[in-house]
Write a protein that binds this ligand. Sequence first.
Ligand code: KG4
Ligand code: ZN
Length: 345
Amino acid sequence: MPENNTYILAIESSCDDTAAAVLHNDTKLSNVVAGQEVHRKYGGVVPELASRAHQQNIVPVVHEALKEAGITKDELNAVAFTSGPGLMGSLLVGTSFAKSFAMGLDIPLIDVNHMQAHILAHFITEEGFDKPTFPFLAMTISGGHTQIVRVDDYFKMEVIGQTLDDAIGEAYDKSAKILGMPYPGGPLVDKLAGEGNPTAFKFPKPKIDGLNFSFSGLKTSILYFVQRETQKDPDFIEKNLRDICASIQYTIINIVMDKLKKAVKQTGINQVAIGGGVSANSGIRKALKEAEAKWGWKTYVPKFEYTTDNAAMIGIVGYLKYIQDDFPQKGYTENNVTATARLKI
Ligand code: KG4
Ligand code: ZN
């Protein structure tokens, strides 16, 4: 096993955030993220623009991560990078950069699954944050994913439920768009929901068996509801925005908590960790706290900077693989270390 004095540079570029981080063992030294404003006016991520922005951002972001960490590149033991899942053009920028960087320094290159990283982000040492113990359930909720995963060990995971159509973050963003809000609308819906009545309007919950999710029906019912009401009163949205947001949030949280309750019952595991951009949602955080008090669950919500896409979560997976010797040593010369858009857990 390599000695426990490991510096890892991590690169994340799977979607629209260019990110780099440096970890010393399981502790974060820096975690730099460059977001991409360019997508805002299109109401969603434009893949071609994303990869172009990654190309512009990657060098300064890595430079900043090393500078903030206070180390030089020669002190690095390995380079970890997101190999998938994600947008192919975006992934390729990070992958190519990581490969050449590792090759230049003659150090190992470690490929990381983005979805595993959202889950294993809980193992970055942070004051005031407990690490889950195995086994636990992880729910990854973001603009690109909605999964419930049974985690038996760092690299022993099984997806036991996932969305059949839209991701939960898309449900938030598309609802927000119908209401005339800018992209990404999730945080704004969350904020306004806190000021409205959650039972003012009733939206149907999808009837999906087992632990899978569906969010596309909800979006359609919100669209029809808004169209119907604005025909009667053109100022309907303006007059009722807070109540509409609160009702949407109430419905989404009900869907999520129903599935989590089912997953806990089915597996007998009552430790629940969440990750992904939507885990910043105040309603979900509150519902999990209530579940602790009501049903004795133990829940884990990551530090805010590890909820949305970031490279520190890639770094912790890199570190865990490095100490287990689980990486293609000097794999950068081989073709098996590459980007995979549809990588599974
Ligand atoms: O993990 P993330 O940064 O990127 C990926 O999609 O992978 O997640 C972004 C998503 C967006 O859909 C955004 O609207 C949603 O997370 N989001 C929220 C909140 N904060 C971010 N949704 C609901 N409530 C929030 N507070
Ligand atoms: Zn993500």
